[in-house]
Design a protein around this ligand. Structure first.
Ligand code: WT7
Length: 637
């Protein structure tokens, strides 16, 4: 699918970008950094003298919130709408850049009054409302490092993240709307902070649902009693380009989430650059909508920082795609004239299930660019998206990146690339990637599904700067595998086809991808064995037509636990959902007498995956007891 001549003629990026970046990478990135306002210019683009510790834009200072707000207001765009908020109960708010600046300044003034100092950590546990964006920007303005925790996460998961980061403040809401009903949220914070000592001094609460909530005097503060009355002017201070901007936790291969650390100058440079080129964003014309939640990296980079740095007018939607009915997204697109729409394959497949008559009932002609992120998009879903949402002509950008990469790395450029359904195509200008085997030799191009490993062989501005509190894990997870080469190991399988285009084939470690969310098998296993009736658990991801992958668990019960069938398996599913989050709820749990293990005692997940997907188990020669598989199979069916 080549871009139309019309699209190509007006596109932000032209083919010379690839050449310029290849000729002089650092000069190219310096040019991209010049899209931002620097209080003090940098004197060196990249310091890579102590890999894998990168320093970008050395000596430069800037303020992120100034770049996202003040600068647009000073440039005469204060009346431009920054956010069209669509609340779940149907309430709406149009917020201009001037208003967003005023409210962010008030929040910054009040957080200063609370005694917070640059470098202090703030946990943000909020639904998709404007105050969540304001809270993030206020932190960025003050050099406070935020840690946004997805509001669907459990109190246990929240507490783990508060403790690891040592947060002094938690910002939350009384409750959140879900399918027309208010659900408590602040009570989860209370539960997280119950009893045992913690670092939190205050809990700042936005009233969203009006639900009655328990209150801890002195510790708890209402947003509307404090921030709303704070002075509306705030003078931003510049911070070093490497000042910590945020921590965002993501699943690794062990049960303990990793606090991915991002800093200031490189992160904003690459998020703004990619938002400008990959989405072909035009600040005076486009209405942009990224459907992610701010609790994930996509929300950080492509709702908050990249778009606001580029003076975007965007939609912020609090609700779900099917409440009150399945027309919700198309109604919103029609109502606001959305021109750029960025979502995930799992949602596209859900739309496919609901039927094409639903989008067909709406005028979607405003759309001029579609994006996809979170997991490989299967060609059928790509074609459906192209035909039914993109009127057979809108370019689709399939964007590969990770929490760790901070910004898009591999993607078509919409005015340049001839796209192929299912392929992420090529690294962006300024980004370098290779597909290699275990030894680091490039794998030959292939049109089969032979997997190589995706590595990033050059540092990039928005790269993670480490794992919070765990420098060793940073080395081990990403830089150990190809240490002689000094390459970043992404954890994804990939291949180049015979045209030289890149396909991402999915995770090759014990990380599952459920509806575009990363969950490790170890996390779910530890939630299961936390139940008194479970002696041992093994978790695998099986193919699922909607969520991409679904969790299938095999558990061995303790001897005194009666197998009550569905009663027990439902209880176990709930245990996982409440311990981690509803996203981690297993699709199936099978109670089995044994697990397939090698002689050294390692669980052979590959064989369990075969069983979960209904295949004949593959090579069983290394199994201690091959008859176990027959037993498991019989138990499963
Ligand atoms: C993992 C990162 C980046 C924002 C959302 C997820 C998978 C992501 C694609 C894509 C194939 C993709 C990879 C990656 N992934 N985008 N376009 N094609 N796979 O962020 O939670 O950090 O997960 O998501 O497996 O490693 P994340």
């Amino acid at each position: 699918f080549p871009p139309s001549a019309e699209f190509a003629a007006a596109a932000n990026a032209d083919a010379s970008l690839y050449q310029r970046a290849a000729q002089d990478r650092e000069a190219f990135w310096a040019e991209q950094a010049a899209r931002l306002h620097w209080h003090h210019p940098f004197h060196q683009v990249l310091d890579w003298s102590q890999p894998p510790i990168a320093k970008w834009f050395v000596g430069g200072t800037l303020n992120i919130a100034y770049n996202c707000l003040d600068r647009h207001v000073l440039d005469g765009h204060g009346d431009q709408i920054a956010i069209h908020f669509e609340g779940e109960p149907g309430d709406t708010r149009a917020i201009t850049y001037r208003q967003l600046l005023t409210e962010t300044s008030q929040a910054a003034n009040y957080l200063t009054e609370l005694g917070l100092q640059p470098g202090d950590r703030v946990a943000i546990y909020m639904p998709m409302i404007p105050e969540a964006v304001i809270a993030m920007l206020a932190c960025a303005r003050l050099g406070l490092t935020h840690s946004v925790v997805f509001a669907g996460f459990s109190p246990t998961a929240l507490r783990q993240r508060i403790d690891d980061a040592g947060a002094r403040l938690v910002i939350t809401t009384d409750g959140q709307w879900r399918r027309g009903k208010p659900h408590p949220l602040k009570t989860a914070v209370d539960e997280a902070l119950h009893h045992t000592p913690h670092t939190v001094e205050h809990v700042l609460v936005v009233r969203r649902t009006g639900t009655d909530i328990p209150w801890t005097p002195h510790r708890d503060l209402w947003w509307h009693d404090t921030i709303t009355h704070a002075p509306t002017h705030h003078q931003p201070q510049p911070f070093d380009a490497e000042h910590p901007l945020f921590i965002l936790y993501t699943s690794g291969t062990t049960g303990k989430p990793k606090g991915i650390l991002h800093t200031t100058g490189g992160y904003l440079t690459q998020t703004a650059y990619t938002h400008h080129t990959v989405f072909d964003h035009k600040p005076d014309h486009d209405i942009y909508w990224c459907t992610a939640d701010i609790g994930w990296i996509t929300g950080h980079s492509y709702i908050v920082y990249g778009p606001l740095a580029n003076r975007t007018t965007q939609i912020l939607y609090e609700g779900t795609p099917n409440h009150p009915d399945e027309h919700r997204h198309w109604q919103i697109i029609e109502k606001y004239g959305v021109t750029i729409y960025y979502t995930a394959p799992t949602l596209i497949r859900t739309f496919m299930k609901w039927g094409k008559h639903i989008p067909a009932a709406h005028n979607l002609t405003s759309i001029r660019l579609l994006g996809s992120v979170g997991e490989p998009i299967n060609p059928e879903a790509w074609r459906w998206y192209h035909e039914n949402i993109g009127a057979n002509k809108t370019p689709i950008v399939d964007t590969w990146w990770q929490t760790e990469t901070g910004a898009i790395m591999i993607s078509p450029l919409p005015g340049i690339t001839t796209t192929k359904p299912g392929a992420a195509m090529t690294p962006l200008p300024g980004i370098s990637a290779q597909i290699v085997d275990e030894q680091g030799n490039p794998t030959p191009p292939t049109n089969t599904d032979t997997t190589g490993y995706l590595v990033l062989d050059q540092p990039w501005p928005a790269m993670l700067r480490g794992i919070w509190n765990d420098p060793q894990r940073y080395q081990d997870t990403y830089w150990h595998q190809y240490r002689e080469h000094g390459w970043y190991f992404a954890g994804d399988g990939a291949k180049l086809d015979t045209d030289g285009d890149l396909w991402i084939l999915g995770r090759i470690d014990d990380v599952m991808n459920i509806s575009g969310h990363r969950i490790s098998t170890a996390e779910v296993e530890s939630a299961l064995v936390g139940h008194h009736g479970v002696a041992e658990a093994a978790v695998v991801a099986a193919h699922d037509t909607t969520t991409g992958q679904a969790i299938v668990a095999f558990v061995i019960l303790t001897t005194d636990t009666p197998n009550t069938g569905d009663t027990l398996t439902n209880e176990l599913k709930t245990q996982v959902a409440t311990h981690i989050s509803p996203i981690a709820r297993p699709r199936e749990i099978h109670i089995v007498p044994e697990l397939p293990k090698t002689r050294s005692g390692k669980i052979m997940r590959r064989l369990l995956r075969d069983i979960a997907e209904g295949r004949q188990p593959g090579d069983t020669s290394t199994l201690l007891d091959p008859t176990i598989l027959t037993t498991i199979h019989t138990n499963k069916t």
